[in-house]
Structure formats: structure tokens, C-alpha cells
Design a protein. Structure first.
Length: 250
């Protein structure tokens, strides 16, 4: 890799780390379309390479969120355990799929999720509670669905988990983003391993991305805690639309 590509990957990692900390998603949703558009990687290779950055980013962001908002261990363990099992099974399926179909399916998912989050900005929200509105074992169902999504697309499980946690379980946006990181940690790890075994990872690109992300993710977490709840949700919605547009243009 020449010095210009190395610098570009580091800068991209810095940007993705900030985004990952801000929204509690690891930054892979932007990294995947960026790797496809800027470097011409196919869908599976872009997903696997992005995961090299996402996994350490999730570890650091989870620690930072836990420092500022203590994450309930019982809830985090249930989400992560169910997410891990389903992510492993889905990733085994994903590495054999046609890349173009995977990309289009991901675009459709992001558009639907963006429209849903946009609608929520104009809905009357129930008061945020310290107690879950649904029995906590239902978190296992959410973890399984989000883990399967993450295993299929490399990322995306946290994007599903955050609105479900805030809307159905009644958590705050910040608590939801912290729990989504706990969900994402084991599922992204096993997905990265699966993609690596099937040669869908470019380590020479992924490692500089990871270094850049680790340097900047704490800034994103700090910014997330400084923003009003409604503003953070609005930015999250715009972020989803941007990711869908980038993927559609790939």
C-alpha cells in the first residue's frame, strides 16, 4: 500500500470512528459504501474489511458508554448471547450470497429504517423510563434478529436495535446505543472471523481504518452525550439516508 492510500485509510478511519461513537454503531455503515465507492471493493470484501475497524471501535465505544451510562449487565448479556448465535449462522450464509443482491437488500433496509426514524421524530413519544416496558427476556428475540442482520450484512444489527429499544422497550437514546454496542461486540467478532476464513477481508486496508477509528471514537461518544435527544435522533435518521445513497451509487 502506498503512503497516499495509507493516509486516506487513516483519515477515513478517523471519520468513521467519530460517527461510530456518535451513533453507537461502530462506523461500519459508512465504511462499507465508502470502501466500495472509493476503492472498488465488492460487497462481501467491503463488509469484511470494514469489520476490522468495527470490532475494536465497538470495544472502545462500549467502554466509553458504560463509563457515562452504566449498562445493565443482565440485559447486555442476553442481547449479546442471542446476537452471537444468530450472527454466526447468518454470516455462514452471507459469504455464499451474490454480492449485488446483498447490496440492494441493504439499501432497501436502510431506506425503510430511515423513514421509520423520520416518522418517529413527529410522533408523541412516551416518557423515558428506567424500567423496560417489555419483559427483559424479549431482549433475546431482539438480539437474535439484530445479530442475524449483522451477520448477513457485516453491520446493521445496532441500527435495528437502537430504534426498537427506544420505541418498544422505552429506553433513552443513549441507553439504547450503549446496549446496542453490547449486542454488537460478540456478533461482529464472529462475523469478522467467518469473513476472514472465506478470504473476504483486506487486512492492509482494514488495520489503518481501525487505528484511525480508535483515535477518534471517544470524540463521537462525548458529542453524543452533549446533544439533545431529539437532535441525536434527527442526525441518526439523516445518517441512515446518507448511507443508503452511498450504497445505491456504488
Amino acid at each position: 500500500m502506498n503512503p497516499i492510500d495509507l493516509l486516506l485509510n487513516l483519515l477515513l478511519g478517523l471519520a468513521m470512528g467519530t460517527v461510530g461513537g456518535l451513533f453507537g454503531i461502530g462506523g461500519g455503515l459508512v465504511a462499507i459504501p465508502a470502501l466500495g465507492v472509493l476503492f472498488g471493493l465488492d460487497q462481501q470484501l467491503a463488509q469484511g474489511t470494514a469489520l476490522v475497524m468495527v470490532v475494536p471501535n465497538v470495544v472502545l465505544a462500549l467502554w466509553r458508554y458504560h463509563q457515562r451510562n452504566r449498562i445493565e449487565l443482565k440485559h447486555a448479556l442476553l442481547l449479546s448471547a442471542s446476537g452471537f448465535a444468530c450472527a454466526w449462522l447468518a454470516s455462514l450464509y452471507a459469504v455464499e450470497l451474490q454480492a449485488e443482491r446483498m447490496r440492494l437488500a441493504f439499501v432497501a433496509f436502510l431506506v425503510a429504517l430511515a423513514l421509520y426514524n423520520l416518522a418517529r421524530l413527529f410522533m408523541r413519544n412516551a416518557p423515558v423510563s428506567s424500567e423496560l416496558r417489555r419483559p427483559w427476556p424479549w431482549l433475546g428475540v431482539l438480539g437474535g434478529a439484530a445479530g442475524a442482520l449483522g451477520g448477513l450484512f457485516g453491520v446493521g444489527g445496532a441500527v435495528l436495535a437502537v430504534p426498537v429499544l427506544t420505541n418498544l422497550f422505552g429506553t433513552s437514546q443513549l441507553v439504547a446505543q450503549g446496549l446496542s454496542l453490547a449486542l454488537a461486540l460478540p456478533s461482529t467478532g464472529v462475523t469478522l472471523l467467518t469473513y476472514a476464513v472465506h478470504d473476504h477481508v483486506d487486512w492492509s486496508m482494514g488495520i489503518p481504518l481501525a487505528l484511525g477509528g480508535l483515535l477518534s471514537i471517544s470524540w463521537g461518544v462525548k458529542l453524543a452525550h452533549a446533544l439533545p435527544e431529539r437532535v441525536l435522533r434527527g442526525l441518526f435518521c439523516g445518517f441512515l439516508v446518507l448511507c443508503a445513497l452511498l450504497l445505491a451509487l456504488e
